[in-house]
Design a protein around this ligand. Structure first.
Ligand code: CP3
Length: 349
């Protein structure tokens, strides 16, 4: 029937909503990208940000891992700093380094100089999402944005950072600038998610990759309210929300309370513990991304443990505990995908 929603039988969306599934759905963070020869081919001579601003390239790159692996969801190909680039912030993504910002943000004037995001800034995103939803049919598309803390770290440090020292110095020492900056970024993230959902994305993921640098108290006071606003805005659009970070074993409860339907658990935290912490929410994760380099039977045995552990959750989406590493052999991910998708969830006695 033409009026039927093509994603209505999606096991991925059912798991996000905490509904019963006949098998565990699976997708991978960074499933598109450097581990795929077809990605390297279409990216030849095209810069990373350039490829994120071309609707045809975004569409092709997003579809590549879906074609190859038959994963249960597509993740929109873009980057957490793309919306900043789109509103005019002078930045680049340097190969092997990551996002680099020409003029790091330090003052209220610096914050005020960053424009808010409107759909007109990102027409290529709307176009790419529309193309994708038409091509993907029953496979849902995940829209995403970077969370205020993680994006702030790039803007304040001017580039990637291990300690986030300048970022936290602003958080502790210049609360007015910090609050203005996180509000600004949060507004941009919410608008970026809305563009993707309005064009047809079925779920969203908020990436707070570096939130693990914070204590629970500092997260709760200085970061969580800003992430909560982004998640609330996405919730009003009616789509399920995934909230992910790395090294967040003592933040998972707060990341759930910030307004997530499903909390992403990185591989350092036993999934059982993550499930206990998030309470009445789903979880996503969390196979160690380096297990793809182990013998296949070792990888699959560990995947089985993750699937079994996930059964105690309100909903479980299988994923790696962080992104696919560039040196990953696609054949291993293919075997992993097949294994998860055919793993029998027989009733437990
Ligand atoms: O998951 C996906 O497949 C969708 C695409 C995606 C990319 N970046 C593409 C990308 C997503 C969801 C992101 C989010 C992102 N970007 C995060 C949060 C997720 C995480 O991994 O924790 C962060 C921290 C960034 C910032 C960023 N962008 C980094 C650290 C890098 C790596 C730099 C390097 O070369 O090592 C990027 C670049 C980037 N983003 C690449 C891809 C495929 C590699 C660039 C290339 O292929 O040339």
């Amino acid at each position: 029937m033409s009026s039927a929603n093509p994603t209505q039988d999606s096991p991925f969306l059912a798991a996000l909503r905490g509904q019963e599934v006949s098998r565990t759905p699976v997708w991978y963070m960074r499933q598109a990208g450097r581990s795929l020869p077809e990605y390297l081919k279409v990216r030849e001579g095209v810069g990373m940000l350039e490829s994120c601003m071309d609707a045809d390239l975004i569409t092709e790159i997003t579809l590549q891992p879906v074609r190859r692996y038959g994963v249960d969801a597509a993740i929109f190909f873009s980057d957490i700093v793309l919306p900043l680039k789109a509103v005019g912030v002078d930045l680049d993504i340097k190969p092997g380094v990551g996002p680099v910002v020409a003029n790091p943000v330090r003052t209220l004037e610096d914050v005020a100089a960053i424009p808010d995001l409107t759909p007109e800034h990102v027409g290529f995103i709307t176009q790419a999402v529309r193309n994708l939803v038409a091509e993907l049919g029953p496979t849902p598309l995940i829209g995403f944005a970077g969370a205020p803390f993680t994006v702030a770290s790039y803007l304040v440090e001017g580039g990637p950072s291990k300690e986030h020292a300048r970022t936290k110095a602003m958080m502790f020492g210049a609360p007015d600038v910090w609050d203005a900056l996180l509000r600004k970024i949060g507004g941009i993230a919410a608008a970026f998610l809305q563009v993707q959902v309005d064009a047809g994305a079925s779920a969203v993921q908020l990436f707070d990759s570096w939130a693990g640098a914070l204590t629970p108290a500092d997260y709760a006071e200085h970061v969580m309210p800003h992430s909560a606003r982004v998640l609330a805005a996405a919730g009003e659009l009616g789509v399920p929300r995934i909230h992910f970070g790395v090294g967040t074993s003592n933040l998972l409860d707060l990341m759930g309370e910030a307004g997530a339907d499903v909390v992403g658990v990185d591989w350092r935290t036993p999934l059982e513990r993550g499930i206990a912490m998030v309470g009445d929410r789903g979880v996503q994760g969390n196979l160690d991304p380096t297990l793809v380099f182990a013998p296949t039977e070792v990888m699959l045995a560990r995947a089985a443990e993750v699937i079994e552990a996930g059964r105690a959750a309100k909903g479980h989406v299988f994923n790696l505990g962080h992104g696919v590493l560039p040196s990953t052999d696609p054949a291993q991910l293919q075997r992993l995908t097949e294994f998860v998708q055919t793993y029998p969830l027989t009733p437990r006695g």
